[in-house]
Design a protein around this ligand. Structure first.
Ligand SMILES: [Zn+2]
Length: 109
């Protein structure tokens, strides 16, 4: 049993040019330039960031659709007949649906 002469090799640092690093505007940590998300802010796989973007986009889109639907509906029934409750329900309902759709679209991609 002779383990002599075996020296553990220390791994050499890869020195063929470090990838360009940029500074994240929110947390001021160095992140690789190619990455579309900050691993410090968005988590390791960036899924949280993608879901957040999807939810925000869905919210805006749903709000737009809901607002247009409310406007169309109020023009059908007449502005005097339009009450705030169904308008708000429609607008926020569409916005919430947009959030759910946006999250589902970005889930596990
Ligand atoms: Zn960051």
């Amino acid at each position: 049993m002779s383990g002599e002469g075996r020296v553990l090799e220390t791994p050499k640092p890869v020195s063929d040019g470090d990838p360009e690093m940029i500074v994240c505007p929110s947390c001021e940590q160095l992140v690789p330039q190619g990455s579309s998300y900050c691993p410090h802010c968005c988590g390791e796989d960036g899924r949280r960031g993608a879901i957040g973007r999807g939810a925000m986009f869905g919210w805006l889109f749903g709000f737009l659709v809901g607002g247009l639907a409310s406007a169309a509906w109020s023009s059908v029934v007449g502005t005097e007949q339009t009450t705030w409750t169904p308008v708000l329900t429609m607008t926020f309902g569409c916005a919430l649906a947009g959030v759910v759709i946006g999250i589902l679209l970005n889930w596990r991609r």
